[in-house]
Design a protein around this ligand. Structure first.
Ligand code: ZN
Ligand code: ZN
Length: 81
């Protein structure tokens, strides 16, 4: 089995599915990422001090995440895939 990319920010991987949203798509940032600059508000963000526009995908149920991406229209999650 190939490893799964868990975080696009720092390139973290995991050896297999863990039942969280990163099974389907990597998160932008994780707790291991260095602080980053928010593309939306330009403030300095880190996993411990998120800016107000950051949505914590890892705390949302799957249905809410799919709704989020469906509304955006740039990403769709097929549960049969
Ligand atoms: Zn990371
Ligand atoms: Zn922001």
């Amino acid at each position: 089995m190939s490893v799964i990319l868990a975080c696009k920010g720092c390139g973290a991987t995991k050896p297999g599915p863990t039942g969280d949203p990163t099974d389907l798509f990597p998160s932008e940032h994780c707790g291991d990422c260095l602080p980053w600059t928010c593309e939306t508000c330009g403030k300095n963000c880190s996993a411990a001090a998120l800016c107000s526009c950051w949505v914590r995908l890892d705390t949302l149920p799957f249905a809410d995440i799919k709704a989020l991406f469906a509304r955006d229209g740039t990403f769709s999650v097929d549960p049969q895939a």
